[in-house]
Structures are given as C-alpha cells and as structure tokens.
Design a protein around this ligand. Sequence first.
Ligand SMILES: Cc1cc2nc3c(=O)[nH]c(=O)nc-3n(C[C@H](O)[C@H](O)[C@H](O)COP(=O)(O)OP(=O)(O)OC[C@H]3O[C@@H](n4cnc5c(N)ncnc54)[C@H](O)[C@@H]3O)c2cc1C
Ligand code: FES
Length: 253
Amino acid sequence: MKELVCTVKYNARIASGIYAMTITLPCEVQVKCGQFLNISTGNPANLLKRPFGIMRANGKNITFCYQVKGGGTAALSGAKPGERLAVTLPLGNGFDIPADAKRIAVVGGGVGIFPLLSVIEQVKDREYYSYIGFRSAEYACLTGEFAAASKSLTVVTDDGSIGQKTNAVAAFLAEYCRIKPDLIIACGPPVMLRALKTQLNERLITTPCLVSLEERMGCGIGACLVCVCKKSDGSNARVCKDGPVFDIDEVDL
Ligand SMILES: Cc1cc2nc3c(=O)[nH]c(=O)nc-3n(C[C@H](O)[C@H](O)[C@H](O)COP(=O)(O)OP(=O)(O)OC[C@H]3O[C@@H](n4cnc5c(N)ncnc54)[C@H](O)[C@@H]3O)c2cc1C
Ligand code: FES
C-alpha cells in the first residue's frame, strides 16, 4: 500500500451521473483485480478520502469509474486534467480466481460492474458469461468493454429501456443450467447480493461465489472499524482490510 500524490489525466462523464477518471501515479504500483483505492476529492471540506474499485491499472495509469452520490463525488467530478490528488492504493484483498475456474459467471449491478471488469480484463483464458444490470438506458455504461472481454454478455434494465426488463441475478439464474459456471463473481447493491445469496441457497446451487462488498468507509486501512460487516459465524470482518471480496457463504448480507 502506498500513499501518493497523483495527477488527474482524464475525467469525463460516461453515463448519467457516472464518470471515468484516469490518474497518473508517480511510480508503478502492482494492483490485483478487485482491489480499490482511496482518493481525496479535491475539496478540503471532504476530510476523508473516498473509496473506488480500481477498474484498470496500466503502468502508472489507474482508471476507476464513479457515480456522483454526494458532496465528495460531486467535487471529484469537477477535477480537471493536471489537478493533483492524494491517493492510497492498492487496498483490500482483491479477487482470487482459482486456476481451475474456467467458466465464470459475472453478475453486476450499477456501479458494481466496475471492479468486475478488472477481473475479466486481467484474468485471461477463461470463459466469462456476464450479466450486468442498470436502472435504465441512461445509466448504462461500459457495455462494449464487457462484450469485448466476455464470451457472452446480457445487459438488463429495471425498466426494459435496453435489454430485457429484469435484474442481473434473475437473468443469470435463467441461464445457469446452460452455462454451468465453475465460479460466480458478483458486485452490486446490497439488495442484489442478498437476492443472489437467497436464490443460490433456495436452488441448492453450490457453485463457489465470490462477492465484492461496498460498505461505507472511514480510514480504508483497517484501523477505524467503520466498515465492519457481520460474518455468518457471528464474528466481524473489516470490509476494507479483510475484504472487500468474500465468499458469499462467509458473510451476512
Ligand atoms: C471498496 C469500495 C469500492 C467502491 N467502488 C466504487 C466504484 O467503483 N464506483 C462508485 O461509484 N462507487 C464505489 N464505491 C462507493 C463510493 O465510495 C461512494 O459512493 C462514495 O464514497 C460516496 O462519496 P460522496 O462523498 O459522494 O457521498 P456521501 O456524501 O459520503 O454519501 C452520499 C450517499 O452515498 C452513500 N454512500 C457513501 N459511501 C458509500 C459506500 N461506500 N457504499 C454505498 N453507498 C455509500 C451514503 O450513504 C449517502 O446516501 C465503493 C465503495 C467501497 C467501500
Ligand atoms: S474503513 Fe476503517 S477499518 Fe475499514
């Protein structure tokens, strides 16, 4: 983990309220897929850095995408190329993709699709069957990137404005028997991950499933306990340090 000052290289809107930012680091940093960074917003009023999944790491250039939610991300959306921001990275455990997982189902909702793209672009020689869901067409993004790196891509929306009118979990389960995945990886809003866990249990599906969680965070390095989640055995885990990637059976959703 390094604390660095980066330079904004690119920051542009890619869908309604959603931006892609590329930063340039002063040195190369090794990043594993599914790890995240903590970046200052450029507004001194936001004391805490904000966490975002690292979508691409290319030499000194790091790209992440973010949705404007509150003051911090609104400030970030105004950052101009050349602006300097403090950044801490890489953080968290990232995805450990077993070598024998050849057929991988990718289930993502909303901003949860960004860390999943880091897996399918980084871990090659696998067959990815991707199911990504958005509220509506205006929030849809990166479908070309997913299509390029996946064996098949299903895009769905809550209102049917593009793709089927359904959610990513339902779209995946409808094709489960056809694709027979060795592994499922998922990231999305809590309601989506909860539905995935319930449905897998109800259908007695035992395929290993890794989920990336997005809790509210403070320090991002395991010290403040703001991000604690409950584990299935009753103990606690820090999403920033012990996660954000967990086995779906390991955590209470
Ligand atoms: C490991 C990790 C990876 C993440 N990756 C991404 C990503 O790739 N792209 C992306 O758009 N967002 C991502 N998030 C969520 C992102 O960090 C928050 O949306 C952001 O910090 C909000 O900052 P803000 O100052 O704009 O909002 P605030 O003013 O702090 O809050 C505005 C609203 O957003 C909610 N919120 C704040 N933090 C989170 C959070 N961590 N998760 C969910 N809701 C939150 C608040 O409850 C509130 O309703 C990630 C979060 C974590 C923990
Ligand atoms: S954010 Fe401080 S312990 Fe996780």
